[in-house]
Design a protein. Structure first.
Length: 364
């Protein structure tokens, strides 16, 4: 599908651009104690290997702020300091060389301190994300609206943006997160009509898989399909690497990102002559183990009804029958393969196609 993206400003975090014509970025957050520099850097490395492009680290204590200089210097992707309550930690983070700040308007009480942060961030060329969250909305807005409604989230974000704008600071990203995908969608739609800042999308406190993945796919995916959104985080109660994997899959499903394996498989039914579920799991595990990074689509189909057609739409696939199946590569039937060699042959063909694509010249 072709998605016409909302035109937003562009900001830069280190070497990574966000908004404008930049790709939609996938980000996550470490769950280590930030003061443990080695553990945090190890987790960042794992996130990078999974496709993460921006990482956020928590700064709840002064020792965390002190660790930021080493983390920001050694991380291979931009580091965003997550600041709550303590404006001094934001100043320390900027001095440490972080590539971005996230501040929550609901818990930095004093506007003069926010203005001070804005002036220092501007001097250093560091963007600020205004991170509005339903769970920490300002008390006056809660009293006025009765609950963290979409209108309340948007008003909070725009009020904070005005404070930064008063300091001639416009390197701003905004998020208006809610645990309800419906409210979150409404808030971002409303905000998109009122400003041109880039948006960071997420359903906050989405929970564990599969629920958290479904909520995130509904909320983030709906907005991305409408062209709204410049960075995303899938907030799972899980290893943050899983957040990145789900985020990338959301982008891939909308044609907004091409990276690695796209596995197409039928859900199985009474027509199947093979164990489609077991075969799909084996193929997925074998191909994932190869760590393919070039985009490749593989189909595992269990019968002759939709199998050949779906496999022809993929780069390669198996249309399985009883004891054997047809190998289809780039739309052409290449012959029959015995059932006990399905996985082996698919992996071989996938690696061959990946090598061919990796050798192709990159278009300017």
């Amino acid at each position: 599908m072709m998605v016409e993206r909302r035109r937003s400003r562009q900001v830069r975090l280190g070497d990574v651009t966000v908004g404008g014509d930049a790709p939609i970025r996938v980000q996550s957050m470490t769950i280590t104690k930030t003061a443990n520099v080695d553990a945090t850097l190890q987790q960042i490395a794992s996130l990078v290997a999974s496709g993460c492009e921006i990482v956020r680290v928590a700064v709840p204590h002064w020792e965390d702020a002190e660790a930021l200089s080493a983390i920001a210097a050694k991380s291979t992707i931009p580091v965003v300091a997550d600041i709550h309550f303590q404006w001094k930690y934001a100043m320390a983070a900027l001095e440490a060389g972080v590539h971005g700040l996230r501040i929550n308007p609901g818990n930095i009480k004093y506007q003069d301190k926010v203005r001070l942060i804005a002036r220092e961030a501007k001097a250093r060329g560091v963007p600020i994300r205004i991170g509005v969250n339903a769970g920490s909305l300002e008390k006056d807005l809660l009293a006025r609206y009765g609950s963290p409604t979409a209108e309340a989230l948007v008003e909070s974000a725009l009020e904070e943006a005005r404070i930064l704008e008063d300091e001639d600071f416009f390197d701003i990203k905004i998020s208006v997160k809610h645990s309800s995908p419906g409210v979150m969608i409404e808030a971002y739609r409303m905000l998109a009509e009122k400003c041109d800042y880039p948006f960071h999308l997420g359903v906050t406190e989405a929970g564990p898989m599969p629920t958290g993945g479904v909520k995130s796919a509904v909320g983030i995916g709906t907005l991305l399909a409408e062209g709204i959104g410049d960075t995303i985080r899938v907030s799972l109660t899980d290893d943050p690497v899983e957040e990145v994997k789900v985020g990338i899959e959301i982008l891939k499903s909308l044609g907004l990102r091409k990276r690695g394996l796209d596995l197409v498989a039928c859900p199985s039914c009474g027509r199947a002559e093979v164990d489609v579920l077991g075969l799909t799991k084996q193929v997925n595990e074998a191909l994932q183990a190869k760590g393919l990074t070039v985009p490749i689509r593989v189909a595992v189909m269990g019968c002759v009804v939709n199998g050949p057609g779906e496999a022809r739409e993929a780069d390669l696939g198996i249309a399985a029958g009883k004891g054997q199946g047809f190998l289809i590569v780039k739309g052409e039937v290449k012959g029959k393969v015995p059932e006990d060699r399905f996985v082996e042959v698919l992996v071989q063909e996938a690696e061959r196609i990946a090598e061919e694509r990796a050798a192709e010249p990159v278009a300017d």
